[in-house]
Design a protein around this ligand. Sequence first.
Ligand SMILES: Cc1cc2nc3c(=O)[nH]c(=O)nc-3n(C[C@H](O)[C@H](O)[C@H](O)COP(=O)(O)OP(=O)(O)OC[C@H]3O[C@@H](n4cnc5c(N)ncnc54)[C@H](O)[C@@H]3O)c2cc1C
Length: 460
Amino acid sequence: MADRIPAQRGGPGPGGLVVVLGGGIAGLAAADRLSQAGWRVRIVEKDRRCGGVHRARQIGPYTFGVGSIFYEENARLFDLAPGLRNLCPTVMRVQRRIAPDGAILHYPLEPREFLRQSPLRLARSVVDLAWSRLWVRRDGTLDAIARQRLGGSFFESTGLASYISRFHHVSPREIDEVFFFRRMAYVERFTRIGALARSAARSLLSRAPVNQRTRRPLRVRPREGFEPIFERIERRLAASGVEFSLGDALLSLRREGGLFHLRTASGSCFAEAVVSTIPLDSLHQAMFGVGSGLVSLDMTTLFVSAAHLDRRLGNVLFNFHPRGQWKRATIYSRIYPDAAGRDGGFDREFLAVETTIPPGGSHDPQRIFEDFRKHMTVLGLARDLTLEGHERVENCYPLYTPGSGAILEQALHRISRSGIILAGRQGRFEYLPTSSGVILRVMQELDAAGLFAAAPEMAA
Ligand SMILES: Cc1cc2nc3c(=O)[nH]c(=O)nc-3n(C[C@H](O)[C@H](O)[C@H](O)COP(=O)(O)OP(=O)(O)OC[C@H]3O[C@@H](n4cnc5c(N)ncnc54)[C@H](O)[C@@H]3O)c2cc1C
């Protein structure tokens, strides 16, 4: 049963009620800061639990995840309650990709890879790159910026072009270049002229393979799932007075006499301020009765076990091969060591396999699994795969089609005009790859809205 929200008016000025829509990491971080600043805070979350895309599923002996798993040592998530970092074991993230010829290579692309092609191919790629830099003009599409920066032949031969098409279900010509700057920030940085020159010099001086370069370990969610993390965060927020209305979705929202009137599945209330971290399109629907025109991609996530997976696949694998509908596999059996500290320690390997669903498409796990099984088996990379379960994960990636920038600006303007604060990855239709980036943006938005200044004596 959803917790009931009584119909009431928040008190005027500082100390009044702020409703935070969404209990993902963005909503929890916002609630934390606002309650510290002296506001009365209520989180409205449509699920029975907080965490959003931080979600795990136990199936038999295996704990699979549907989204977030890796965190930097100083991730902002760890500031939301004491002791969180220590709940999260460290692991080396070993990312690989299946190249178009079936070879298993490092992920993401490395400048050295460009420089270490056969002399003939390198000469061709260099000419192609020089030509692209001189003649390919940016036209606002992902295709043009990727070809200009990488050269057409490297863009195709690495498998990046087919990965992008698989991800979006349309060609890179139908994707806005903003994707290159938000999602492909690493490629954007290494393809700047200065970075390429530095990398060429380093490559001539060092012959060490890319895979042997020193990388820092990352933290991962606890072996048993996310409950230990989110229980602590919720307990801490509740102790500081934050109210939770779980299993309760926003239905409608409008401004009435200087306050916000919210109707949710469990009741209605008036609030002095609203911070929304739910998908922008859902909020638009609740406020104006129509969608915003913005499209997000959902994902089919398969939970799979296998008698054997090739050792070279690392623990995170990307599909840059021309076949197979799946885009990424996270191999959990290699992320969680057994009691003796060995990698794995499970009878079978187990992994979560992600495939984006085209807009308007359906969640069809059996078909996607058959495709994945065939693909991996034909390439000789896996044996005896079993589909253990599946989930549809909503609103994973904003779809940046040409023109979506203008639609986004209009929607942000229309909603912000009413005084609602939009924050988070979902809340602003913004591609933010890490939870730390999400929390940082939330703080910036709250700061810009002046909500911290509401109760200065408490904000210190
Ligand atoms: C597949 C995937 C993998 C990722 N992996 C990592 C990773 O390994 N490491 C990392 O640091 N970051 C990762 N990220 C990025 C980032 O951590 C997450 O996107 C982040 O958790 C987003 O937080 P959020 O609160 O903005 O959105 P969400 O987590 O999506 O939370 C939004 C919340 O709003 C609720 N909601 C929706 N509609 C309504 C409604 N109408 N009424 C009330 N509530 C509603 C939802 O139930 C949800 O709980 C990943 C993201 C994705 C999509």
